[in-house]
Design a protein around this ligand. Structure first.
Ligand code: GDP
Length: 479
């Protein structure tokens, strides 16, 4: 009789073979979110937990003892950068442990999962195999999808209206000044286009820095990937002239480039990657938006709603239809839940729910199921209590990152502290008093410096509700 170890060995040996088999089902999971939302950490934790069978009581295939093993495999498309899993894990498990570099462009990885089906015929048909293809891409690029349905004139009008809002005067001033100096009807010239595009990109970047989250496309202006400096990225919004527009004008030039951006940048990304996804997780740094202020929260909400507009386009536009039929589940996840006490996790979920209410309505309307979850893919804090003025307060214990500041103390990245982070409000609508966020102390922490190991000597990554996310995203494919 074979032992469990043998079984595992055989199963793993078979993984490589079955991976090339045409009949192996493939689940394509998109992982997205705006810059710094937590994509890199989420994917690294996802892969590590599957490879090492981490502590995932809420992940049915593992909890039910049906999960046999997992293995990384060659990604079928050799032209797409590979997700640098080993590098990222090395940073997280190094001494000292550091957070790895963030997502700047698209990357992918395939992991082959072997499991025993729970269905009645599963016992007869033997272990089953699933290819899980993980596609990591900047959420900024997703914000571009609604542009497919807009003309240059429509987009310009929206973009300029936003730039002219009083709240954006600081960031947009220089761009608007450039615009005032420019007659859109003058002859097209590259230096003019470059000058305007540069001023516009600077405005977008600064608005991201100030507001933390910019909802304004084009996304490649913030994260150009390999396209930096190319004509398809050298345009800016222009007011629509009232006089007739000549084909040789600057206006026409930028209009053409906008159209090129749509057809040569957005559409291929959409067709080759996005449209082929089966499941999507949208990571949202809800706490950072709350910390930054009401404008950032409103921006975030608009961004999430805009992203989901793609689903609606799927109904109206035959070119986009494959996508709307494909993705059947979307998980909205509030990341970094370890920055608040567990008593606030449900509240964080409620706030996220409110933020994505419009977005998920659109998704459901198009036939996709959605869920909101507060999670930490890697938990950097533990919990304790302190007594202050006769009161017992729940605290977080962790090591603030070097440079983090609280109450006038600047931390060195080595000192562990206990702090009372403040409670998230019970009602998502009472986040602000007089336009100021209710007092919350969210510090950024270093990754956990001491990690448990399992029986095989592999590190175990602590998390919050990550197993539930996994179960929702892939559990049913392994039923
Ligand atoms: P990306 O730009 O979406 O790839 O973002 P990353 O995954 O690189 O995350 C950005 C930063 O957020 C990290 O460097 C960490 O500081 C923090 N972060 C991400 N996920 C977690 C988490 O689960 N817990 C904690 N405490 N911090 C996280």
């Amino acid at each position: 009789p074979t032992t469990i170890t043998d079984e595992l060995g055989i199963a793993l040996a078979n993984l490589a073979d079955s991976a090339t088999g045409v009949l192996t089902p493939t689940l394509r999971l998109g992982v997205t979110g705006l810059s710094r939302a937590g994509k890199t950490i989420f994917i690294t934790a996802l892969i590590h937990n599957l490879l090492t069978q981490g502590r995932l009581p809420g992940f049915a295939p593992l909890a039910e003892g049906r999960f046999i093993g997992a293995k990384l495999a060659e990604y079928p498309d050799a032209t797409i950068p590979r997700f640098a899993y080993e590098q990222h894990l090395a940073a997280l498990t190094g001494r000292p442990a550091t957070w790895p570099e963030s997502t700047r462009r698209i990357s992918q990885l395939r992991i082959v999962l072997k499991y025993q089906s729970a269905k009645w015929w599963g016992g007869f048909s033997g272990p089953a195999t699933l290819n899980l293809d993980i596609v990591d891409y900047p959420g900024e690029w997703l914000l571009d999808l609604p542009l497919l349905g807009k003309s240059f004139a429509e987009w310009s009008e929206e973009a300029l209206a936003r730039a002219r809002q009083p709240g954006h005067a600081d960031e947009a001033g220089a761009f608007l000044a450039e615009l005032d100096k420019t007659d859109p009807l003058k002859d097209a010239s590259d230096p003019d286009a470059e000058r305007l595009a540069a001023a516009f990109a600077t405005y977008l970047r600064r608005s991201r820095e100030h507001g933390a989250l910019s909802t304004l496309p084009p996304g490649r202006f913030l994260l150009p990937g390999d396209l930096e400096g190319s004509p398809a990225l050298t345009f800016a919004p222009l007011p629509r002239p009232n006089q007739p527009i000549r084909g040789t004008s600057l206006y026409t030039m930028l209009e053409n480039r906008f159209e090129a951006y749509k057809s040569q940048v957005i559409r291929p990304f959409f067709r080759d990657h996005f449209a082929r996804l089966d499941r999507q997780v949208v990571l949202v740094d809800t706490l950072r938006a709350l910390n930054t202020g009401p404008a950032a929260v409103a921006d975030l909400e608009t961004a999430l709603t805009a992203v989901m507009a793609c689903f609606r386009q799927g109904e109206a536009n035959p070119l986009l239809r494959p996508f709307s039929r494909r993705i059947d589940r979307i998980l909205f996840a509030a990341t970094k839940a370890d920055h608040v006490h567990h008593t606030s996790h449900d509240r964080l979920e409620a706030i996220l729910n409110r933020l994505v209410a419009n977005a998920s309505k659109r998704a459901r309307f198009a036939g996709a199921e959605t869920r909101s979850l507060a999670l930490a893919a890697i938990r950097a804090t533990s919990e304790g209590t302190i007594r202050e003025a006769g009161e017992t307060l729940p605290t977080l214990i962790g090591t603030p990152q070097a440079g983090e500041e609280l109450d006038g103390i600047i931390y060195d990245g080595k000192t562990e502290i206990a702090l009372f982070p403040g409670d998230l409000p019970a009602k998502p609508d009472s986040l602000y008093e007089d336009g100021k966020p209710v007092a919350l102390n969210f510090l950024r922490f270093t990754p956990p410096q001491r990690l448990d190991t399992n029986a095989d000597g592999e590190v175990v990554l602590p998390h919050i509700r990550f197993d539930r996310a996994l179960d929702y995203l892939i559990g049913d494919w392994m039923a």
